[in-house]
Design a protein around this ligand. Structure first.
Ligand code: PLP
Length: 389
């Protein structure tokens, strides 16, 4: 499988199929066989890139994808190699409705206006719109209030024969943190009650779904008919708390999630800097002792945050070494005094493992004060991705 031109860029992001399969196996065992796992691939598949990730996920048995917007749905539609379902959770401009209905794209409905618009399009096309009703249970972001249920029912009656109720859903306001425990539990209860209210009006969906990764991991009993899994499939815990929640039940066991992505580059050149000299631009790093440095062709234009200047760590020759001086647009310097045998062309691991050491997106994120999610989606498309077994 090759998507990229020859890689002359100086670094590469590897996407591991075995890690992905491992994560799906773990998640499937957690949520149970009868629950569908929808793979959330918004934000360019959390930086793993939709064109590469979607067929890979399909090859691991995934047959449903969730995205935020219509443009992402279109990318998944282009990339998929099966008839996997595609669900838009957020933005769909009116111009995209015809395409969505025509192609059986599922759309989450959280406003009457949106419901009317998509059903009018379905009627015009002589088709059924595939809809999910999102219910307001306490997140207060998007979601239909119970006071609108009669209107929803009336609109659906007006367009009888032009819709299929694929799902009823909601989203929790922070299942990754125990401080939200009571709020999440209240949302679960409210969801059940509201589903009953809809059932009383004759509205029954094919699937109920409420869980993102954190909810699926920490409240697996609430998995229902489908879970929408983003961050965990890529091998990251949604938060430290979610990881500890798992770990405390199985102390000492290794992490069951495997990072799917590793980002590697190689040493571009090495040089010796005498004690007392500054390294790189300005005066941010003074070599206190004779220092051997290596330059690596990865800089802030490649997504390595400038805030990691004098702070970041990378792996080389199985050692965790420090980034010294300011991160440049296209390169960084690392201190290889401890590993003086390192030479041009040696592998530098920016995110990933090398000889038992790991630099994870989490440590990277903490140092740069970004969330895992943010660090991943900010990795630029210009760094080539390749699938490895
Ligand atoms: C509605 C909805 N469902 C599921 C997800 C997936 O979340 P996660 O990546 O934490 O699994 C998101 C992401 O923010 C979301 O907005």
């Amino acid at each position: 499988m090759t998507f990229a031109p020859p890689n002359f860029s100086g670094s590469v992001i590897e996407i591991s199929r075995s890690a992905l399969l491992n994560n799906y196996n773990f998640l499937r065992a957690k949520i149970g066989k009868r629950t569908l796992l929808s793979s959330v691939v918004k934000g360019n598949a959390y930086g793993h890139t939709i064109p590469m990730f979607v067929p890979l996920a399909e090859s691991c048995g995934i047959n449903h994808f969730s995205v935020f917007s219509a443009d992402e749905a279109w990318q998944v539609f282009q990339a998929r190699t099966t008839d996997a379902g595609i669900m838009i959770m957020g933005s769909i401009p009116d111009e995209a409705l015809e395409w969505a209905v025509e192609n059986g794209i599922e759309v989450i409905i959280f406003e009457l206006e949106r419901l009317k618009n998509i059903l009018a399009v379905a009627k015009k096309l002589g088709k059924r719109a595939h809809i999910h009703l999102e219910l307001e249970t306490g997140m207060n972001r998007t979601g239909l209030e119970a006071t609108l249920f009669d209107d929803v029912k009336a609109i659906l009656n007006d367009y009888a024969g032009h819709w299929q109720l694929k799902g009823i859903c909601t989203h929790y306001a922070g299942a990754e943190s125990t401080s939200n425990y009571l709020r999440v539990r209240r949302q679960m209860k409210r969801f059940r009650n509201l589903v009953e209210e809809l059932r009383d009006r004759g509205l029954k969906a094919e699937r109920l779904h409420t869980s993102c990764s954190a909810a699926a991991l920490s409240y697996p009993e609430a998995a229902m008919d489908m879970v929408r899994i983003g961050i965990a499939q890529y091998g990251f815990w949604p938060s430290r708390e979610t990881w500890m929640h798992h770990y405390l039940k199985r102390p000492g066991e290794p992490d069951p999630l495997k990072r799917v992505m590793s980002w590697k580059s190689s040493v571009m050149s090495v040089k010796q800097v005498p004690a007392g000299d500054f390294i790189g631009y300005g005066t941010s790093y003074l070599a206190g002792v004779p220092t051997r440095i290596a330059t690596v062709p990865v800089g802030y234009s490649h997504g390595f945050a400038r805030s990691l200047s004098n702070l970041g760590r990378v792996l080389v020759a199985g050692h965790r070494v420090a980034v010294v001086g300011l991160i440049n647009m296209n390169m960084m310097m690392i201190d290889i005094t401890e590993v003086p045998h390192v030479t041009r062309g040696d592998e530098v691991m920016i995110i990933g493992t090398q000889e038992g050491q790991e630099v994870s997106v989490s440590s990277f994120s903490e140092l740069s004060q970004n969330l895992n999610y943010e660090t991943l989606v900010r990795l630029p498309g210009s760094v080539p991705r390749v699938v490895v077994p």
